[in-house]
Design a protein around this ligand. Structure first.
Ligand code: NAI
Length: 772
C-alpha cells in the first residue's frame, strides 16, 4: 500500500513488528522448547511442534515431559526449597531482578508471545508483558515484607503449577511470583501450544540469580500435567478448563495437597439504560474481542436494558465493522488469530449448532481466524448463553428491571467476573454485591492488577491470585498438626436397655426439632454403660431439608456485622447461664473431667467471634489505573460441617462461631460418639434469636453424610474436622460442584483466627472509577 493509497482510502497502512530477533532466539537454542530443571536445560527433544497459528509456521519442537522427568524436576525443587525459604529479603532482590530483566527483554517477550499465541502484538506489548512485570515487582515487595509482616505463616513447599495458552507469560507470572515470594519452589508446566515465553523466562531466571531448582519448567501436554498432579508436590495451582479442573480435584482428593483452581467463566456484561452507551460499546471491544475472546473472564454474555437495546446493537455492529483483523504482528490489528486449529473447530462448531437468535458476523482472513460475532435475541437458557465459547463470540439478551438483570446475570454455573455499566452510582453499587462472582468491574472491564485479587466462585473455581489474599494460597500457618485420636465409644454390657422415658434427641432443622426421615436412632451410653439417651440418625433426606433451610435463611448473609455480633454475644450469655449443666453433660458423655473447661472455652470462643463479626474489614487496593479495587469480604453462603468428635460441645462451637460471625448459614453434624451436648444446644439457639435455618444440627454417622454434603448443589463449602476418614470422599465428591472444601486429612490442629476468617469468607474484588 502506498502513502497515496492510504490517503485515498484513509485506511491504516501496515505496521508490522519485526520478529527476526525472536526467530533468531529460537534458532540459537536449537529450535527446541524443553525442560529447565535444577537450573539447566534438560531433555531437549522435539516430541511435537508449536506453531504460529496466524501463519501455520512451525516455531519449535517441544519436549513432552515424562513421569520420570517431572519427578526429576520435583526433586530439584524439593532440594532447593529449604534454603530458598530462609530469607525473604534475599528473595525480594531476586524477584526484583527478574522484573528488571523482563523489562529489558520486554520486546522479545512480546513478539514471542504474539508468534506463539496469535494475539495482537499491541496486546502482548501493552498488556501481557507489562502486567507480568508488574506482578514480579509487586511480589518482590511481598517477599521483602514477609518475615516482618507475616511471621505466623510459612511456605507450603513445592508447588506444581499448570497454566493455559491464552496468557502464557502472564499466567506464568501470576503463578510463579507469589509462590517464590512466599518461599516456595516451583515446577511449572506451560500449555502445549504456547511454551516459548516460558523458555525466555527460564533464561531470565538464570541471569537474575534464581538459585538452581527454585524455578523448574517442564514442557508437555495434558499427560505431563497429570504426572505433575500426581507427583510429590505440596500444592497444585491450575488455570484452565473446568473439565480438567474437576479431574485435578478428584486426583488430589485425600492427598493433603493444597489446590487452587482458576477455571472458566461466562461473565455478564450488564448495560443499564442510563449508561454512557458509547463507552459501554467501546468497553465491549476489551471485554470480548480482547485476545479474541480467549479470556476466562471475557464479558461474553451481554445483557442490555430493553429500552436501549436496538440503539446499542446498532452502535456495536458499527464498531465491529471497524475492527481490524489479521496478522497479529501488525501493530494496527485489533483481533488476531485463534490459538490453534482445534480451538477454531470448537468455536465454529458451537456457533454452527446454534439456531437461536440473530447472528451478525464480520469478515475474517483465511486460516486460523474466527470473525467477531454477535448473536442477539437469545434466551437466558440457550446453550450459547450458558456454555463458555472461548472465542470472539458475544451472545446477547435483554432485561427490563435491575432485579431481572441480576437474576439473568446469576443464571449460570460460573461466577468469575461481571461488568456493570451505569452512570448512576446508586444503581451500580446496589447491583455489585448481588452478583455471584469473584470480580465486578463498574464502568470498565477486564481490569487486572497484581494488588487486586482475581478468582471466582461456583464452577469458576476457588482461590485468589494477586494481592494479600493471593498469598494465602502459597502459605500455611506455622506449626505442625497432630494425628487425630479416635474417641472411645461407650457401650452397655447388657445390650441396649429399653428407655422408660423417650429421650431421643431429634434433629434441628429450620429452627425446629425434627424427627429423622429414616426413623432410626442410636443409643448413647456413659462410661459405666448406663444409657444417657438416644440420638437420631440423619440420612440424605434430612441433609437435603437442612440445605433447604439454609437456603431459606439467606437473609442472614445480608445482616450487618453489628447484628450478628449481638446474636453471638447472646448465645454466649445463654450458654454461660447453663454452663454447669453442659459441663456435667460433657463429662457424662466422654467419661472425663474436662467439661467445665470445654464450656468455658466455648463461651470465650463465642465472645471472640462476636467481636470479629463487625471487624473483618475489607480493603481498598491502590491499583495503578484511574480507579480503586475494593476487596470486600463476603460470606461463602451455606457451609456443611462435620465436627470434631472428640469435643462434644467445642467441636460444634469452634466452626459455628466464625461461620455465623462472617455471615454464613451452617449445617453441622454433631460428634458421632458424643452427640447429646450438641442436641442440648438447640435450646440455647432457640432462646438466642438465631433466625430459623441459620444453624441446623444433625446427628448420625459422618461417613454416611459426608459424600452427600460434598455433592449437594446448595451447600457452598464443606469443612471436616471429623475423626472419621471422610477427607478423601469430601474432596472427590466436591468435584461435582467445585465447591470449596477444608478437610483435616486425619490430623488435628488449632487454627489461627486468620485461617477461620479466610475459610469463612469469599473475597469479591470490585473495581470502581475513583479520582483523576
Ligand atoms: P485445558 O484445561 O485442557 O488446558 C490447560 C492446561 O492444563 C494445559 O497446560 C494442559 O496441558 C493442562 N492439562 C490438560 N489436561 C490435563 C490433566 N488431565 N491434568 C493436568 N493438566 C492437564 O484447556 P484446553 O483443552 O487447552 O482448552 C479447552 C477449553 O478450556 C477452552 O476452550 C476454554 O473453554 C477452557 N480454557 C479456559 C482457560 C481459562 O483461563 N480459564 C484457559 C484455557 C482453556
Amino acid at each position: 500500500m502506498t502513502v497515496k493509497d492510504i490517503f485515498d482510502t484513509m485506511d491504516y497502512g501496515p505496521a508490522p513488528e519485526d520478529a527476526s530477533d525472536a526467530r533468531a532466539w529460537i534458532e540459537a537454542r536449537g529450535g527446541i522448547a524443553g525442560h529447565f530443571i535444577g537450573g539447566t536445560w534438560d531433555a531437549m527433544r522435539a516430541d511435537f511442534d508449536t506453531t504460529n497459528p496466524a501463519t501455520g509456521e512451525r516455531l519449535a519442537g517441544v519436549t513432552k515431559g515424562t513421569e520420570a522427568e517431572v519427578e526429576k524436576a520435583v526433586t530439584a525443587a524439593r532440594k532447593a526449597q529449604t534454603k530458598w525459604a530462609k530469607n525473604g529479603k534475599t528473595r525480594a532482590r531476586v524477584l526484583y531482578a527478574i522484573a528488571r530483566l523482563m523489562q529489558k527483554n520486554a520486546r522479545l517477550l512480546a513478539v514471542m508471545e504474539t508468534l506463539d499465541t496469535g494475539k495482537p502484538i499491541r496486546e502482548a506489548r501493552d498488556i501481557d508483558v507489562p502486567l507480568a512485570i508488574r506482578h514480579f515487582y509487586h511480589h518482590a515487595g511481598f517477599a521483602q515484607l514477609m518475615d516482618d509482616e507475616m511471621p505466623d505463616v510459612e511456605p507450603l513447599g513445592v508447588c506444581g503449577q499448570i497454566i493455559p495458552w491464552n496468557f502464557p507469560l502472564l499466567m506464568l507470572a501470576w503463578k510463579i511470583a507469589p509462590a517464590l515470594a512466599m518461599g516456595n519452589t516451583v515446577v511449572l508446566k506451560p500449555a502445549e501450544y504456547t511454551p516459548m515465553t516460558a523458555m525466555i523466562f527460564a533464561e531470565i531466571c538464570t541471569q537474575a540469580g534464581v538459585p538452581p531448582g527454585v524455578v523448574n519448567i517442564v514442557t508437555g501436554d495434558g499427560e505431563t500435567g497429570a504426572a505433575l498432579v500426581n507427583a510429590n508436590v505440596d500444592k497444585i495451582a491450575f488455570t484452565g478448563s473446568t473439565a480438567v479442573g474437576r479431574l485435578i480435584r478428584e486426583q488430589t482428593a485425600g492427598t493433603g495437597k493444597a489446590l487452587s483452581l482458576e477455571l472458566g467463566g461466562k461473565s455478564p456484561y450488564i448495560v443499564f439504560e442510563d449508561a454512557d452507551i458509547d463507552s459501554a460499546v467501546e468497553g465491549l471491544v476489551d471485554a470480548i474481542w480482547f485476545n479474541g475472546g480467549q479470556v476466562c473472564c471475557a464479558g461474553s454474555r451481554l445483557l442490555v436494558q430493553e429500552g436501549i437495546a436496538e440503539t446499542f446493537y446498532a452502535k456495536l455492529k458499527a464498531h465491529m465493522d471497524a475492527l481490524r483483523m489479521g496478522d497479529p504482528l501488525d501493530k494496527c490489528i485489533d483481533v488476531g488469530a485463534i490459538v490453534d486449529p482445534s480451538q477454531l473447530d470448537r468455536i465454529s462448531s458451537m456457533v454452527a449448532q446454534n439456531t437461536a437468535g440473530d447472528t451478525y458476523q464480520c469478515g475474517a482472513p483465511d486460516g486460523c481466524f474466527y470473525p467477531p460475532t454477535l448473536i442477539t435475541g437469545l434466551a437466558p437458557s440457550d446453550t450459547l448463553m450458558q456454555e463458555e465459547i472461548f472465542g470472539p463470540v458475544l451472545v446477547a439478551t435483554t432485561f427490563r428491571t435491575p432485579a431481572e438483570a441480576v437474576e439473568v446475570a446469576n443464571n449460570t454455573r460460573y461466577g468469575l467476573a461481571a461488568s456493570v455499566w451505569s452512570e448512576n452510582i446508586n444503581l451500580a453499587l446496589d447491583i455489585a454485591p448481588k452478583l455471584v462472582s469473584g470480580i465486578v468491574w463498574i464502568n470498565g472491564t477486564n481490569m487486572m492488577d497484581a494488588a487486586a485479587g482475581f478468582g471466582g466462585v461456583r464452577e469458576s473455581g476457588f482461590g485468589r491470585e494477586g494481592g494479600w489474599e493471593g498469598l494465602q494460597g502459597y502459605t500455611k500457618p506455622r506449626g505442625k498438626p497432630t494425628p487425630l485420636k479416635t474417641p472411645v465409644t461407650f457401650t452397655s454390657d447388657d445390650g441396649t436397655p429399653a428407655d422408660p422415658l423417650d429421650r431421643t434427641a431429634k434433629l434441628y432443622i429450620g429452627g425446629k426439632q425434627a424427627r429423622p426421615d429414616g426413623g432410626y436412632s442410636q443409643p448413647v451410653f456413659n462410661k459405666s454403660g448406663q444409657l444417657l439417651g438416644h440420638a437420631s440418625i440423619a440420612n440424605r433426606k434430612d441433609l437435603r431439608n437442612a440445605a433447604e433451610a439454609m437456603a431459606a435463611a439467606k437473609g442472614w448473609s445480608k445482616t450487618s456485622g453489628h447484628l450478628r455480633a449481638q446474636i453471638l454475644y447472646y448465645i454466649g450469655e445463654n450458654l454461660s447461664a447453663r454452663a454447669d449443666e453442659f459441663a456435667t453433660r460433657i463429662n457424662a458423655l466422654t467419661g472425663g473431667r474436662n467439661g467445665k473447661a470445654e464450656v468455658e472455652t466455648a463461651i470465650d470462643h463465642l465472645f471472640t467471634w462476636a467481636a470479629w463479626a463487625d471487624k473483618h474489614d475489607g480493603a481498598a487496593k491502590g491499583v495503578p489505573i484511574r480507579g480503586v479495587a475494593l476487596a470486600m469480604n463476603e460470606p461463602i453462603g451455606s457451609i456443611g460441617v462435620l465436627t470434631d468428635d472428640t469435643r462434644p460441645l467445642m467441636g460444634l462451637i469452634e466452626p459455628l462461631a466464625p461461620a455465623l460471625a462472617m455471615g454464613n448459614r451452617l449445617t453441622a453434624v454433631a460428634s458421632h460418639p458424643f452427640p447429646l451436648a450438641a442436641t442440648d444446644f438447640y435450646q440455647i439457639l432457640e432462646t438466642s434469636d438465631v433466625p430459623p435455618g441459620v444453624v441446623n444440627i444433625l446427628t448420625g454417622a459422618h461417613g454416611d453424610l459426608a459424600p452427600h454434603m460434598a455433592a449437594h448443589a446448595n451447600i457452598d463449602a464443606v469443612w471436616s474436622f471429623s475423626t472419621s476418614d471422610v477427607s478423601k470422599v469430601i474432596e472427590a465428591r466436591s468435584a461435582v460442584t467445585l465447591k470449596r472444601t477444608w478437610v483435616n486429612n486425619g490430623t488435628h490442629r488449632s487454627w489461627p483466627s486468620a485461617t477461620w476468617r479466610a475459610q469463612a469468607t469469599e473475597v469479591k474484588t470490585i473495581w470502581i472509577p475513583y479520582g483523576e
